[in-house]
Write a protein that binds this ligand. Structure first.
Ligand code: PLP
Length: 384
C-alpha cells in the first residue's frame, strides 16, 4: 500500500529539537530569553531589513502594521482581493473601510493598473485616498512592490507587504535586484504558521527599516508597557509577543530555510516539466522574480465553475493524495460583501480553477511522480 501524500507538512529536524530543548531547559519558556532577540536579528539579516520584531502570528504582525499606519475607523485600506482572509482581517480590526483590488493574471498578485487608475480617479474627484495599501505576495510569488512603492510615494499611503506566504522570495533583476519580499514597503509581515515555508508552531515577524516604527511595534506588541517600577502603559497595546520556545524553533528553521526554498523550486520545476504541453495552467513564472512556490498550484482546465477542480481533487483523494483549492477571494467572503472591489474576475477564476498540489519540503521524487501520474491520468480521461 502506498502511503498518503500530504499537501505540505512542516519539516522539523534534530537541530529544532535541540534548540527547543535548550530553550525549555533554560527556564525561559515564555517571552523572555535569548532566542527571541537572536531570532529577530538573524531574520532581519536574512531578508535584509534593518529591524524585525517577532510576533505571535502573521496576522498580529499585519495588525501592528495597520496600527502603525494609523489606520482609524473609516479610513480606507486597499488590499489584494485574491488572498487568505487574514490579510483583510488585520485592517478590519482597525475598523477600516476596505477597497479590494483584483489580481493581474500574470503574477496572480495585485493588478497595479487597476489600483493606479482608481487612485488617479479618486484624486481628481476629490475622494478619499487609501491610508495604507496591503500588497500580498501570493503563494511565494513576488508582487510588483517596486511600482507599488512608487505609487505610495506619489499618493502618500503607507505600503504594507503581506509576505506571509513568500519568505525567501526575491527579485533577481530590475530595480529590486537582490531584494527580498517584505523589505520594499514601509512595513512587512511574515508568518511562521505550521503550513508556511518555515514554522515556529505559530508566529510571525514584523519588518521595517524605520527605527521609530520598529520601536513602536515592539512596544505595542508588549502591552505598551513602559519601563517603570510600577505597571505603566502609555497606550492600548496588545499581547502579540512570540515565546522563547517558538523563537528557538525559528532560529533552527531559519538555518535550514535556503534548503527549503531550493527544494520547493525543484518540486515546482518537476511539476512544470511534467505538465508542459497539457492544458493544465501553470503557476506564474515571471522573469526577474524568484518565486519560492510555497504552495505549488495549477489551474485545472475544463468544466464550468469549480466542477473540474473538485473532480481532480476527488480523483487525487481516491489515490490518497491531498490537494487543496485556492482561496475564495475576499469580495466573495460574507463579512466583506459590502466592500468595493476593482475587477474581481481574475480572483474568482483563480478560486474556481486553482488547486495546490503536494509540495512538502521533504516530498520524495517517487511520491511526486505518483502525484504527476495521477494528475496526467485524470487529464487524459477528462480533458484530452
Ligand atoms: C498565513 C497568512 C497570514 C496569516 O498568518 P498567521 O501566522 O496564520 O496569522 C496572512 N496573510 C496571508 C496571505 C497568509 O497566507
Amino acid at each position: 500500500m502506498a502511503s498518503r501524500v500530504p499537501l505540505a507538512v512542516p519539516n522539523i529536524g534534530e537541530s529544532e529539537a535541540k534548540m527547543v530543548t535548550d530553550a525549555v531547559e533554560s527556564g525561559f519558556v515564555s517571552s523572555v530569553g535569548r532566542y527571541v532577540a537572536e531570532f529577530e536579528r538573524q531574520f532581519a539579516d536574512y531578508v535584509g531589513a534593518k529591524y524585525a520584531v517577532a510576533c505571535s502570528s502573521g496576522t498580529a504582525a499585519l495588525h501592528l502594521a495597520m496600527r502603525l499606519a494609523d489606520v482609524q475607523p473609516g479610513d480606507l485600506v486597499a488590499v489584494s482581493d485574491f488572498t487568505f482572509m487574514a490579510s483583510a482581517n488585520a485592517a478590519s480590526y482597525q475598523f477600516a473601510d476596505l477597497l479590494l483590488v483584483d489580481s493581474s493574471p500574470d503574477s496572480w498578485g495585485m493588478d497595479l493598473d487597476l489600483l493606479e487608475e482608481e487612485l488617479r480617479r479618486r484624486r481628481t474627484a476629490g475622494e478619499v485616498l487609501p491610508k495604507a495599501v496591503e500588497l500580498v505576495h501570493i503563494l511565494g510569488q513576488p508582487a510588483d512592490a517596486h511600482r507599488a512603492r512608487l505609487l505610495a510615494d506619489e499618493f502618500g499611503f503607507l505600503l504594507v507587504e503581506d509576505a506571509a506566504e513568500a519568505l525567501g522570495a526575491t527579485w533577481s533583476d530590475g530595480p529590486l535586484k537582490g531584494r527580498h519580499v517584505g523589505t520594499v514597503g514601509h512595513m512587512g509581515a511574515f508568518s511562521f504558521n505550521g503550513n508556511k515555508i518555515m514554522t515556529t508552531g505559530g508566529g510571525g515577524m514584523f519588518t521595517t527599516d524605520d527605527e521609530d516604527m520598529a520601536r513602536r511595534a515592539k512596544h505595542l506588541s508588549t502591552q505598551a508597557r513602559l519601563p517603570d517600577r510600577g505597571y505603566l502603559h502609555d497606550e492600548i497595546g496588545f499581547n502579540y509577543r512570540l515565546t522563547n520556545i517558538a523563537a528557538a524553533l525559528g532560529v533552527a528553521q531559519l538555518e535550514r530555510l535556503d534548503g527549503f526554498v531550493e527544494h520547493k523550486r525543484a518540486i515546482a520545476q518537476r511539476y512544470n516539466d511534467a505538465f508542459a504541453g497539457t492544458s493544465i495552467g501553470l503557476p506564474p513564472n515571471l522573469p526577474n522574480e524568484e518565486s519560492t512556490y510555497w504552495l505549488y498550484s495549477v489551474l485545472v482546465p475544463g468544466g464550468e465553475g469549480t466542477e473540474s477542480r473538485d473532480a481532480l481533487q476527488d480523483f487525487l483523494a481516491e489515490a490518497d493524495i491531498e490537494s487543496r483549492s485556492l482561496w475564495r477571494p475576499l469580495h466573495m467572503q460574507p463579512p466583506l460583501a459590502h466592500a468595493p472591489v476593482l475587477g474581481g474576475e481574475v480572483g474568482a477564476e483563480l478560486f474556481s480553477r486553482g488547486l495546490s498540489l503536494p509540495c512538502s519540503t521533504d516530498l520524495t521524487e517517487s511520491d511526486q511522480q505518483r502525484v504527476i501520474d495521477r494528475v496526467l491520468a485524470w487529464h487524459a480521461l477528462n480533458i484530452e
